[in-house]
Design a protein around this ligand. Structure first.
Ligand code: WA2
Length: 269
């Protein structure tokens, strides 16, 4: 009899965990696809049309109206690629000077990625050189060589200080051939479109709506480096010590990274 109820508990944990993992993966997927389409929109309407058909006001309006398509992002922004020799011209045309993430004047670099368009919910990104942040910089470099969606390590986001990951797509000149080499990709890069998955609050909100939520504890980890799993969501836990633990695979669309969900029963008081 004990064995039977143990089996049922295991089965229930399995199905609750899989349900949550598939739902989270689905929401990640639709969000990534929509950001991809926004990157193409910028390439088309900001660079293919002269003069540009997008300015900050248009970008803010359009991204605000379509935010329902990106349920797990706290907002999106567009950072333009600016080389050092273009900086003075760029800053005088914009009428502002770029800052670092630490809110300092950006020191000289070979190139920069200042945010020129932002959704209202992340207006604090405006004028920041995204290459001045370690995680964002790594994303930018990897996005433009791969041409794919890339995700950062889990880290504390600007603005909210919530735990999350940043998603980045490179924006290319519209003439980039489909079979471009890495060098061609880097050369044709004109900017970066992305945003932050606010996992701490938006995943909490997603899971809180599901039946049985009170009974289990859910964690999401970045396990890209198997020996050093990083918590992306949920309480720090003493895994392995629980009698029942289910691990569900997650695919967030960046082949360089591995994520998983681990579920266990909450200790009964
Ligand atoms: N977006 C929101 N919050 C953040 C953040 C970010 N990056 N970085 C740290 N906190 C404009 O890759 C281009 C968005 C980065 C895109």
């Amino acid at each position: 009899l004990r064995q039977e109820s143990m089996d049922r508990a295991e089965e229930r944990l399995f199905s609750m965990c899989e349900e949550r993992a598939r739902m989270l993966q689905e929401q990640f997927g639709v969000t990534v696809n929509h950001v991809h389409a926004l990157a193409i929109l910028i390439s088309t309407f900001h660079y293919e049309k002269l003069p540009s058909a997008i300015d900050q006001e248009t970008f803010a309006k359009y991204t605000g109206r379509t935010s329902f398509e990106r349920p797990l992002l706290n907002g999106v922004a567009y950072a333009q690629r600016v080389f050092h020799h273009e900086r003075e011209m760029f800053e005088s045309q914009q009428g502002w000077i770029m800052n670092t993430m630490q809110r300092e004047l950006a020191p000289p670099q070979l190139e920069y990625a200042p945010v020129i368009f932002s959704q209202d919910t992340v207006s604090y990104l405006a004028r920041i050189d995204m290459m001045s942040g370690e995680e964002d910089r790594e994303n930018i470099l990897r996005a433009r060589t791969t041409g794919k969606a890339v995700l950062t390590n889990p880290f504390r986001l600007l603005g909210s200080n919530h735990l999350g990951v940043v998603l980045t797509f490179a924006v290319y000149r519209p003439d980039l051939p489909a079979d471009a080499s890495v060098e061609q990709r880097v050369e044709a890069t004109i900017g970066y479109l992305g945003g932050a998955f606010d996992v701490e609050s938006l995943v909490e909100n997603l899971l809180s709506k599901l039946a049985g939520n009170q009974d289990i504890v859910v964690n999401v980890y970045d396990v890209t480096n198997a020996s050093e799993a990083m918590v992306l969501y949920g309480p720090p836990s003493l895994d392995e010590q629980v009698p029942l633990l289910h691990v569900s695979m997650l695919d967030f669309g960046d082949p360089f990274r591995r994520h998983e969900m681990r579920c266990r029963y909450r200790e009964k008081p």
